[in-house]
Design a protein. Structure first.
Length: 147
């Protein structure tokens, strides 16, 4: 399984989701490829936000070596599923879909619920981590029960 996590800048939510999913997949013996990207190009080549790195580290997840990149059309070919954090990300990624097959790969990580962007509020990193962890656990659970 190849999974791509996508948010706006690829510095807060998607790196957290990437790290959490990578850790959960490894813990469950799943040979999955996980990556993350942003819909915008502001942070290409940078590390995730220091607050995301710290929050992940406090939960035993190391995202410090991730490098931010922008979502590109070839990601539709390279990934089985593309999880986005909010409806704005959903619109942006779907606008690049070349066909129904591409569009079918794109889903909100939390079903119909959005993951809020914690960038402008330091106190939101912990709740966002918890939301992402729960969403990733649900994905793993669903996958394992379908095997």
């Amino acid at each position: 399984m190849k999974i791509l996590m996508v948010c706006l800048g690829n510095i807060c939510r998607s790196p957290l989701a990437h790290g959490i999913m990578e850790q959960l997949a490894a813990d469950n013996g799943l040979d999955w490829t996980i990556d993350s990207a942003g819909t915008g190009n502001w942070h290409i080549g940078q590390a995730p936000d220091r607050r995301s790195i710290r929050t992940a580290f406090e939960h035993g997840v190391d995202i410090s070596k991730q490098v931010c990149r922008q979502f590109c059309i070839s990601d539709f070919d390279d990934y089985d599923v593309i999880y986005v954090m909010d409806k704005s990300n959903l619109r942006d990624v779907l606008s690049l879909a070349r066909n129904d097959r591409d569009a079918a790969k794109v889903k909100l990580l939390l079903g119909d619920q959005e993951v809020p962007d914690p960038y402008y509020n330091d106190s939101q990193f912990e709740p966002v981590f918890n939301m992402l962890e729960e969403g990733c656990k649900q994905i793993i659970k669903t996958y394992i029960s379908n095997i």
